[in-house]
Design a protein around this ligand. Structure first.
Ligand code: PLP
Length: 417
């Protein structure tokens, strides 16, 4: 069977979310055939450009320092609450925008350890994203905890049974990604949280590859803490700040290590000693990055309009379309579909493996098919339901087919890293 461009165009014509593509800044570069990297850097909204203009000219340019009192100081929790409502299944007062994912992870893991004093182990998995592994390792070195590594299969993701086997009365905190950055395998948040809690531990979830594209139900899943970035599926822009979630049941005892003045109860009291602000605000440390949040406000509003259920449905359908094209065209050329084939188990990207993936990825990018290479041999195809189209994917996959055909299949990669 040969999936046709006609078929792709029919899928685009039937796509309820296709209208949202016009809300984004058009890609002016005529060399771009397909942008399949919205899971690394989401495209900007037109509204973000307007908001930035207005922010510079009006709020900053004219209202000047008065803007802190006129909304800037509360922006981190206002966007946090809205993000919680629209995309995280979190009741108000538990989500706040701050720092980077790495720093939020540091804060939440340290806070979790403090809540489980006397327990000696931090559990995470070997396939977790580098920053998660590095932060966990660094904390263990600072605090004297032991890291208990789950040797997970990067292509199937961490399994619930593996977590069950790793946790014990020694476990203080478990740090896991909700969706695996390589394979898009989805972890069972509810089941894992229950197992960890049954053993008396706490869980920190990294939502970088699920927020904005999968239904996340933090409150319902009983999650303790979560962190995530906003420049991927949330289209917040390069370096837009991250968010962190602290379940309300931990608010009374939540103590994070970076006790700066913006997280204090009385910011302008210039008090002698740090007194934490009540609730989620105590997660803050320094001055919020107001400019960095401009794109995020617009994109959370768009998310609310489009709705996570429709976004999720399209992410599944786009994933199926990539897999159908891969089976028809690329598997015969030596590719394998490394992401879960089941819609239930797959997030919003599909990774294809090929022995020459690294050099092939460079060729693809040169030909305007913007994907990600993921070490050691993965080509990651990111699908952003608000901007990615079916014909766009069809064209990209035919460029991958042509590039793979016209090169020796076993040429290997030029460099290794
Ligand atoms: C992208 C990503 C990050 C990014 O961390 P930053 O501190 O925002 O750079 C962290 N974790 C995962 C799983 C990611 O995919």
């Amino acid at each position: 069977m040969n999936p046709t461009l006609d078929q792709a165009e029919r899928l685009d014509a039937d796509d309820e979310l296709a209208v949202y593509r016009d809300r984004f800044v058009p890609i002016e570069d005529p060399g771009v055939v397909a942008y399949l990297d919205g899971n690394s850097l989401g495209r900007p909204l037109l509204a973000a450009a307007e908001r930035l203009q207005d922010l510079v000219r009006h709020d900053w340019g004219s209202r000047l320092i008065r803007s802190w009192e006129e909304g800037w100081l509360t922006l981190p929790e206002r966007i946090g609450d809205e993000l919680g409502r629209v995309a995280l299944g979190a009741a108000p007062g538990q989500v706040i925008v701050a720092d980077s994912t790495s720093v939020c992870l540091y804060k939440t893991v340290r806070a979790a350890l403090a809540l489980r004093a006397g327990r000696t182990e931090i559990v995470t998995d070997t396939a977790n994203f580098p920053t998660d592994r590095f932060i966990v390792d660094g904390i263990a070195e600072q605090t004297g905890h032991t890291v208990k590594w789950i040797a997970s299969d990067p292509w199937s993701g961490v399994r619930t049974e593996e977590v069950a086997a790793a946790v014990s009365e020694r476990t203080a905190v478990v740090v896991l990604s909700h969706v695996d950055y390589r394979s898009a395998a989805i972890a069972d948040m509810t089941a894992v949280s229950r197992i960890v809690h049954d053993n008396g531990g706490l869980v920190v979830w990294d939502l970088c590859h699920s927020v904005g594209v999968l239904p996340v139900e933090l409150d319902a899943a009983g999650a303790d803490f979560a962190v995530g970035c906003t420049y991927k599926f949330l289209n917040g822009g390069p370096g837009s700040p991250a968010f962190l979630y602290v379940n309300a049941r931990h608010h009374n005892d939540f103590r994070q290590p970076i006790t700066g003045w913006i997280g204090a109860a009385d910011i302008f009291g210039m008090t002698d000693r740090f007194q934490p602000a009540p609730g989620i605000r105590s997660a803050l440390s320094g001055t919020p990055t107001i400019l960095g949040m401009a794109g995020l406000e617009a994109s959370v509003a768009l998310l609310a309009e489009a709705g996570i259920p429709r976004i999720r449905a399209k992410a599944r359908a786009l994933g199926r379309w990539v897999i159908e094209l891969a089976d028809a065209w690329l598997v015969p050329l030596g590719f394998t579909v490394a992401s879960p084939r089941s819609d239930e188990k797959r997030g919003a990207h599909v990774t294809l493996r090929h022995p020459a993936a690294e050099s092939l990825s460079r060729t693809l990018i040169d030909h305007g098919v913007i994907i990600d290479f993921r070490n050691p041999d993965g080509i990651r195809i990111g699908l952003s339901p608000l901007t990615t189209g079916y014909a766009e994917v069809w064209h990209a996959m035919s460029v991958i087919r042509e590039s793979a055909r016209t090169r020796p299949a076993a040429a290997g990669s030029g460099t290794s890293r």
